[in-house]
Design a binder for this molecule. Sequence first.
Ligand code: AMP
Length: 225
Amino acid sequence: MIPGVRLVVLGKQGAGKGTQCVRLSHHYVVPHVSTGDMLRGEVKSRSAIGVRAQTLMDQGELIPDDMVMEMVGARLSERDTMGRGFVLDGCPRTTSQAEALEKILYPFGLDLVVDLQVPTALVMKRLASRRVCVDCGSNYSTAAPPMANWTCDVCGGEVIQREDDTEEAIGRRLDLYEAETAPLIAWYTERDLMVGINGTGSPDAVTRRVVGAIDSRRRRERAES
Ligand code: AMP
C-alpha cells in the first residue's frame, strides 16, 4: 500500500460512505473529511454556520453551495490534507460544488472518484435502522448496536437516531441525490476520474473492491508515465 490519496466517495445516503471512508482513511493514512460531520459539529457548537444549517439539515435539504465550499476549502488547505491527501465524504453534492472543488484543488486535482452503488430499497432499510454516536459519528444499527446501553464503543458518546433519518427527510435526501448528485457521475466520467463499485455485501468485501480499484488505477498511471 502506498500512503496518501486524494479521493471523493459518492453514493446515496445509506450506501455505506461513512463506514468505507473511515476504513479508507486508515488504509491510506489520510484524514477523513466529511462535510456532514463538519456541519453537525457546527450545529452542536451553535456557531453562525450551525445555526443557519440546522433547519435545512433536519429537513434533509442541502446547505447552500458557497457555505459548504468555504468550509471545505479551509479544511483542504490545512497542512495534513495538502500534504498527504484526503478521503472526501459527502462533497461535492452538486455540479457547482464539483467545479468549486476543482478550483480549490488546482493544480493537483483528484486521484479518483468512487461511486458506491447500492439499490434504493436496501439504503432505505439501512437508514431506518441506522444509529450514530453524537460525539465521534461512529455508525451502528439496531441489528448491530454498541456493546453497552447505546453508549459508543469508540468514545463513550451517546448513540442515537439522526434527526434527519426520519422517513420524510430520508425521502427528500434521496430525491435530492437523484436530482443534484447523480449527475456528478457523468461529470467525473467525462474527466476519466469515475469508478463505480458494488456497495453491497460485507464492509470488508466493499473495502477490498474500493482499494483494488484505487490500486489498479495507480498501476495504470505508473505504466502510462
Ligand atoms: P451527510 O452526513 O453527508 O448525510 O449530510 C447530512 C446533511 O448535511 C445533508 O442532508 C445536508 O443537509 C448537509 N450536507 C452535508 N454535505 C453537504 C454538501 N456537500 N452540500 C450541501 N449540504 C450538505
